[in-house]
Ligand binder design. Structure first.
Ligand SMILES: O=P(O)(O)O[C@H]1O[C@H](CO)[C@@H](O)[C@H]1O
Ligand SMILES: O=c1cc[nH]c(=O)[nH]1
Length: 236
């Protein structure tokens, strides 16, 4: 038990997928895992543990934003001994060449996170992915010709709704692929605790063109992304 997770000791795998949405965690467990147990119900932030190709895997929702991700990732790492976390999320595209339904793998996460300022008040820290997981995920994604994958810098923002989009446009000019709300927090904690972390995200909307996907349209790419993430975790 930890403050926000009521899983029993040993119940959570060392390898965890983290979507933002608790119902997406349930969908992943129901669709891809066998012998599934629900390991967390606290605050409705559902978590499940089962097997994938015979390997023990957990799926734990993170909630939205850096503070929520930080709570769950910290407790998974410190209280449950988790060693690999892959965020499987959605992202708003910023660069025009990144299209809806594409997949983004984040090398690093530029951010405006207040949590980063608390840790590093005087310098601009660069939260980065685990190269081991990133290289493996990219290589495995190439087995699926239907999957369009972009690898690069993303922006982790504290605000989903902003007063104006001038900073988003500027970041796109500087090569940032898209915007989410958790990657920087996950990457900073991965480095702090020396575990492997990665964010893989399906493009749900385009923040410059205003294009959006329907839930059904997102589902296929989402499934393909989850298969890449699961095979990355088990290294197959
Ligand atoms: O789909 P998830 O994983 O929740 O990710 C994105 O969606 C939420 C905003 O709608 C934020 O959490 C953002 O990072
Ligand atoms: O944080 C996010 C995630 C998806 N789409 C957005 O516009 N922002």
């Amino acid at each position: 038990m930890s403050i926000h997770l009521n899983a029993k000791e040993g119940q959570i795998s060392e390898k965890v997928l983290m979507p933002g949405d608790p119902l997406r965690a349930k969908y992943i467990a129901d669709t891809f895992l066998e012998d599934v147990e629900c390991h967390n119900t606290v605050r409705g932030m559902y978590g499940y543990t089962g097997t994938y190709k015979g390997h023990k895997i957990s799926v734990q929702s993170s909630g939205m934003g850096a503070p929520s991700m930080s709570i769950y990732a910290t407790e998974l790492i410190k209280d449950y001994g988790v060693k690999n976390i892959i965020r499987v999320g959605t992202i708003g595209a910023m660069k025009l060449e990144v299209k809806i339904r594409d997949v983004v793998m984040a090398i690093a996460a530029t951010n405006d996170s207040k949590m980063q300022n608390i840790i590093f008040p005087q310098i601009n820290y660069a939260p980065n992915a685990s190269f081991t997981l990133l290289e493996r995920a990219y290589r495995l994604s190439k087995q699926n010709e239907g999957l369009k994958v972009h690898v690069g810098n993303v922006f982790t923002g504290d605000a989903f709704y902003e007063d104006d989009d001038s900073m988003i446009r500027k970041l796109a000019d500087y090569g940032v692929l898209g915007v989410d709300m958790e990657t920087a927090a996950l990457y900073t904690l991965g480095s702090k605790y020396s575990i492997d972390v990665l964010s893989i995200m399906t493009v749900s909307d385009h923040v410059i063109t205003g294009e959006e996907t329907t839930a059904d349209e997102r589902q296929t790419t989402f499934n393909d992304m989850i298969i890449v993430a699961l095979n990355t975790l088990i290294n197959e």
